[in-house]
Design a binder for this molecule. Structure first.
Ligand SMILES: [Zn+2]
Ligand SMILES: [Zn+2]
Length: 187
């Protein structure tokens, strides 16, 4: 595993949580309140471990995810100073601190959960750190808001030429179909 792979996975999870907790619309659907299944989908992007997620953790993920979403939107809009303040606030609220850890059957790797932090706070410290590293890197140009209607997701452009406009093929297809229909009506 490349040392940066862990960070990439963490960043994917960060974006997924932000969208699930903060975007008003996700790929054509009004956002639903964050539940255990949604949190599990997010965490599966970055860990294979199955973690005990109770209602307190879900509420914490929801609040933290919304904060991250707002910070990422600022970042995507080029409001870098405001995004930096928001991410710094999250880093101090979660007491993010680098610590090498080793789970059963895993190699040593870096987490940012401080000792004694709750499960959700620990992950939010990791996600805040991933957002902070994105902000401080050239990769920040890849962060974008989905151009589709009824989608407020942020996403990381994975294309080489940085031309991706939609968060997903679902949004791309929906937009194509809508354009086709509106041409049909005009004709
Ligand atoms: Zn780990
Ligand atoms: Zn979208």
């Amino acid at each position: 595993m490349d040392p940066t792979d862990h960070l990439k996975a963490s960043l994917e999870a960060t974006v997924a949580l932000a969208n699930a907790a903060g975007a008003e619309w996700n790929q054509g659907r009004a956002r639903e309140p964050l539940d255990r299944a949604a949190v599990e989908v997010v965490l599966r992007q970055t860990t294979n471990r199955s973690l005990p997620i109770d209602d307190t953790a879900i509420a914490e993920f929801a609040a933290g995810g919304e904060r991250i979403y707002r910070a990422l939107v600022l970042l995507a809009d080029g409001e870098t100073d405001a995004a930096a303040s928001a991410i710094n606030a999250l880093l101090s609220a979660t007491h993010a601190a680098p610590l090498l850890v080793r789970h059963r059957e895993s190699a040593w790797h870096l987490h940012f959960a401080s000792e004694g932090a709750s499960l959700a706070t620990g992950w939010l410290a990791d996600f805040g750190t991933a957002a902070a590293m994105l902000l401080g890197s050239d990769e920040v140009d890849r962060l974008r808001l989905c151009a589709a209607e009824r989608c407020d997701n942020v996403f990381l452009d994975a294309t080489r030429n940085h031309r991706q406009r939609f968060c997903s093929t679902a949004c791309q297809n929906r937009t194509k179909v809508a354009a086709f229909r509106s041409r049909g009506t005009q004709a």
